[in-house]
Design a protein around this ligand. Sequence first.
Ligand code: HEC
Ligand code: HEC
Ligand code: HEC
Ligand code: HEC
Length: 374
Amino acid sequence: MKTFFVVLGASIAFFLTVAMFGTAGWERPPLATTQNGFRGTGMDQIHTREAVAEARAANAAPAPAEPAEEGGDLAGQTYENVKVLSGLTTNEFNRLMVSMTEWVAPEQGCTYCHNTENMADDSLYQKRVARRMLQMTQHINSDWKANHVGGTGVTCYTCHRGQPVPANIWFTDPGPARPGGFIARNNGQNLAKPSVGLASLPYDTLTEYLADKSIDNSAIRVNATTALPTSKGKPIQDAEKTFGLMIHMAEGLGVNCTFCHNTRAVADWSQSTPQRTTAWHGIRMVRDINGNFMEPLTSTFPRNRLGTLGDVPKVNCTTCHNGQSKPLNGVPVVDAYPALTKVTVADGAKAPEAAPAQVPAVPGTPAAPSAPQP
Ligand code: HEC
Ligand code: HEC
Ligand code: HEC
Ligand code: HEC
């Protein structure tokens, strides 16, 4: 009998080992575990060391360009048609043009945005988009510094990574074209879509929650706050949409739900990590980017850059984070580019259309969560 169990055990171990090496999706040791919740709550991030090393290597920030020589005329005086960067010196201006080329269009070069016959010409849509992108980057690094991007900040590279079109963008998803009829309606769900981790959850949650800043601040909810319904209440689909968004956020940051939540009381802010507060502001920041910067560019982009419904390409958590909790390994990328952290229009010159002045004051800001008591 004993021999039987030894042989059985050994063969099971053998087949499991073969399966582990031969099939995908197995986490092979050694593991790297980081604890970010209160001890004993199981709020850990568990990754293989190999995956952590791979992610670090894939998200290395490029070295900043050599600092520009000091002094000299302002770009607004030297050049003809400078509307956003007129307050920089000509040297700083040229340094930024070289870095922008490296970040956004290294293969195409200056001609991706410029008509080289006349650099002042605005005929290429890429240049007009880039001008707005400069304002957007300045806005993110100044107005969202305290609540989200911190000292790390963003450059064009955070999203673009050496490509004119960032790898992680999204459009409103109208779902498959189906013939009409009784069983045709799928309510925007029940298709295994990558946007919700291949679950059958509603797949267009990003439009619902991240597309613009007019979205109701308490839309992302599952729990009722009263024992009995006081109004019509929320359909179950709202809960499903909330989970769809949460899957996007977790995947975009390369973390699991316990990075932000204590899963025994998901809604409770006092048991959540500080990262959940950062994420709360991140949701508002993405709405601000999409609503105030991307949306107004709809008519600037050529039709082939727009989605099936004619909507503009949009940003989500993955656009910057790319599977890491801090983009580009948390390296402070803007330090070497102060021009990207503030308004750089020379005194007296007029910016195209001013960037929205301030981050909208949002009611219902969660109180800073504190560590739960044991
Ligand atoms: C990603 C788009 C992009 C790339 C690539 C780019 N530029 Fe620019 N360039 C701009 C934008 C936008 C402006 C206008 C800035 C403003 O209005 O403040 C501009 C303005 C200029 C001007 C001022 C022209 C004038 O007289 O008004 C010069 C000079 C210039 N760029 C040189 C370069 C050089 C040289 C390169 C390649 C090393 C380059 N740019 C690459 C977007 C780009
Ligand atoms: C928060 C993310 C983000 C940042 C930061 C960012 N961009 Fe973009 N950019 C986008 C998205 C999204 C698009 C739309 C993609 C498309 O064109 O299909 C875009 C499009 C562009 C395009 C048009 C490309 C094309 O061929 O359609 C240019 C040019 C551009 N960005 C330049 C810049 C420059 C220059 C900077 C830095 C000053 C910058 N971007 C910073 C997200 C970003
Ligand atoms: C990066 C941080 C972060 C991660 C990771 C995260 N969440 Fe959330 N979650 C939030 C924030 C922030 C809110 C509140 C959003 C709001 O109010 O606008 C929230 C809200 C929720 C709610 C609604 C609570 C209520 O008040 O009714 C549920 C349920 C939820 N999350 C579940 C999950 C699940 C399940 C996962 C893992 C798949 C997850 N979350 C991953 C940050 C996160
Ligand atoms: C414009 C780029 C950008 C976008 C878009 C963005 N983030 Fe971030 N996020 C950052 C940067 C940069 C940091 C690093 C901040 C720091 O160093 O303090 C960060 C940090 C965070 C952190 C804190 C991580 C930690 O380890 O403390 C969380 C949580 C987070 N982001 C969640 C989100 C969520 C959720 C979304 C989408 C709703 C989102 N972010 C969209 C740029 C972005």
